[in-house]
Design a protein around this ligand. Structure first.
Ligand code: C2E
Ligand code: CA
Ligand code: CA
Ligand code: CA
Length: 278
């Protein structure tokens, strides 16, 4: 766009300007989304691959925009992280997920609910008390809450992240590394962090058994998990072949459309009743 024609340049400026306006509008809409109750959570089952029991669910955020309809989290979460509103939104997610897990527990369904914790949230000084506060408010046993953190969370201030995650882990909360293998993986933090499980990113599962490299990467993560005594979760499991392979290869937990897409609580409860396999 830079050195081409005048017209091209104008087009370029106009499109940048449009992007800025869209971004501003998105931030404005995000700011009112919480008070207007436009968020809800959906839950995707996590299956113990060796006995096919549903052991828990990942809570995933959904934003129903009044005009635009469903806005994908991959689109709005980065914006909420950039302007800091993820802190408040994330607190709402935690509260809602703890409420749901406590409700399921009270109905005799002991499910661990996994919540995505943004690096921006982990950087908050009050994050540990905020999370423990949510457990308290809903009388949820800490072992029923799992936090999914990405490798980037460890990067800005490793010592700070270690201190906070240790406190959370000591309280009984389960910590897992999300999108494992896609970030700046370092074996150092696996040694220093109170990590309970590794989540193989769905990009390595998509072409499992089709692409040799992806299959090898999945194998390596499974073996790494085993040698470090960490649980390994595969996300994005879509086919029976992938499920069979991961099970045979010793991956502990599976999650993906093959079992269920992320669904509202009521549909999740129906899934629990109908999912019986061996
Ligand atoms: P993620 O944490 O890696 O979540 C997994 C994504 O894979 C979810 O997308 C899920 O719907 C999708 N997925 C599940 N099974 C399959 C499958 O079999 N095939 C395929 N192709 N995809 C599958 P979703 O819900 O659109 O979320 C996208 C990302 O947004 C999440 O990636 C996470 O990084 C972020 N996110 C979602 N909810 C929250 C939240 O409450 N807080 C934060 N901080 N981030 C969130
Ligand atoms: Ca996740
Ligand atoms: Ca992922
Ligand atoms: Ca992610």
């Amino acid at each position: 766009a830079k050195r081409s024609s005048h017209n091209h340049f104008q087009f370029y400026v106009a499109s940048i300007d449009k992007q800025i306006r869209e971004r501003k509008q998105l931030e404005k809409d995000l700011a009112s989304a919480l008070v207007n109750h436009e968020f809800h959570l959906v839950y995707q089952p996590q299956i113990n691959l060796s006995n096919k029991q549903v052991i828990g669910a990942e809570a995933l955020l959904r934003w129903e925009h009044p005009e635009k309809g469903l806005v994908p989290p991959d689109y709005f979460i980065p914006v909420a992280e950039a302007n800091g509103s993820i802190v408040e939104i994330g607190q709402w997610v935690l509260d809602q997920a703890c409420w749901q897990a406590a409700r399921w527990a009270s109905e005799g369904k002991s499910l661990r609910v996994a919540v995505n914790l943004s690096a921006v949230q982990l950087r908050q000084e009050s994050i540990v008390e905020d999370i423990l506060g949510a457990l308290d408010r809903h009388h949820l046993p800490a072992a029923l809450l799992e936090l999914e953190v990405t490798e980037t969370s460890f990067m800005t201030n490793m010592a700070d992240a270690i201190r906070k995650l240790n406190q959370l882990q000591q309280a009984g909360i389960v910590i897992s590394v999300d999108d494992f293998g896609t970030g700046y993986s370092s074996l150092t933090y696996l040694k220093k962090m109170p990590v309970h499980s590794l989540k193989i990113d769905k990009q390595f599962i998509r072409d499992l058994l089709v692409n040799e490299e992806d299959t090898r990467i999945a194998n390596i993560i499974i073996d790494l998990g085993r040698s470090l005594k960490l649980k390994v979760i595969a996300e994005g499991v879509e086919t029976a072949e992938q499920e069979a392979y991961l099970t045979r290869r010793g991956c502990d937990i599976g999650q993906g459309y093959f079992f269920s897409k992320p669904v509202p609580p009521r549909d999740f409860e129906s899934f629990l009743k109908t999912f019986h396999r061996n």
